[in-house]
Design a protein around this ligand. Sequence first.
Ligand code: NDP
Ligand code: MG
Length: 387
Amino acid sequence: MNLAILGATGSIGSSTLDVVSRHGGRYRIFALTANGRADALLALCRTHHPPYAVLSSAAPDAKLAAAFKECGTELLFGARALEQVASDSRVDVVMAAIVGAAGLASTLAAARAGKRVLLANKEALVMAGPLLTRAAREGGATLLPVDSEHNAVFQCLSDIKAVRRIVLTASGGPFRTSALDTLDAVTPDQACAHPNWVMGRKISVDSATMMNKGLEVIEARWLFDVPPQTIEVVIHPQSIVHSLVEYVDGSLIAQLSNPDMRVPIAHALGYPERISSGARSLDLTTMKDLTFEKPDERRFPCLRLAYSALERGGTAPAILNAANEVAVEAFLAGRLPFTGIARVIAETLAAVGAGEASSLDAVMAADNESRRAAGTRVAGLAPALSS
Ligand code: NDP
Ligand code: MG
């Protein structure tokens, strides 16, 4: 099976390569991609010798291309090359693990080309859920969730018509119990120090604000084609129960494992077979506390913002997503206080009108407008940091 890994140098990319390396011969790496980290991509090519690699943010560079050639790899440059490798007729499986809106076009290209798409890039579904699911249907693609909650739900689903609730679990992040008046001053490193998972910095901040769960509610709405009110969020600080499905008869089915992304990745890679992931077995006798609590809206205003964007529909989720990306980037760069993230998103949602999400162009136009509006708000809030 030929595999293209988009976002190979990231956290999901490296977990994917770890699982693949446990199944010698089953998967052949066709393409690996990165944004700008050429050295990290070259190191992966030295190990995996894919026929293609993509550096999407770089301009053609003959010296760099020659270094990749030594691994037997042709290096492609620019964002369009992502779509090329994602839709190449020789590719069977695409791991969509680019972070953010930058992953949308290549994920869509893979869906249109009828690939088995292992979806980590949740932002693609948030921005363009109806477009992406339709492209997958029409292209004959299979979307398999890699996000641990959605993978868990997928594993628990039998009769979708008999589902009463889908319960997404959330860890609550590093600030679940911090005093609310201390959140203004938290640093990017504190926000990225997730209690249970090691992830890229953007999703780590999203977990701290719980926008990650908001994005996941929207992701679940499109993946499982259920109304938003069917999807509930509970905080489960131990990150052992990855999500649950309740049926009309009152049965609640859950999927449990140690928090290790190789579990959902192996599930999606092997599906419908089960393949080993390298994850440790869960020792039930050490599980003294598996607790569940309701999210506090004052602490996590981003969750409500996501539900309201989903209810508004059209391009509103794309506006939410873009504002979040701008705000998180500003926070990570020290230009916005942590509590400014939710403010920027709320104000951007109020200021930018949502339209129909009828085409990729319409979605990208909303994304652009939201980025501009959010940028202005970040600049307005920046003084709060120095005061
Ligand atoms: P990382 O930041 O660790 O990795 C991101 C990858 O995307 C890198 O390969 C990076 O390349 C590449 N990339 C970044 N920006 C661009 C761009 N503009 N164009 C093309 N490629 C780009 O992210 P994660 O692996 O943590 O997350 C990836 C996706 O998976 C996200 O959507 C996240 O929400 C989702 N996810 C992640 C989980 C996790 O445990 N990490 C869990 C569930 C979902 P470079 O190295 O060159 O910058
Ligand atoms: Mg998740």
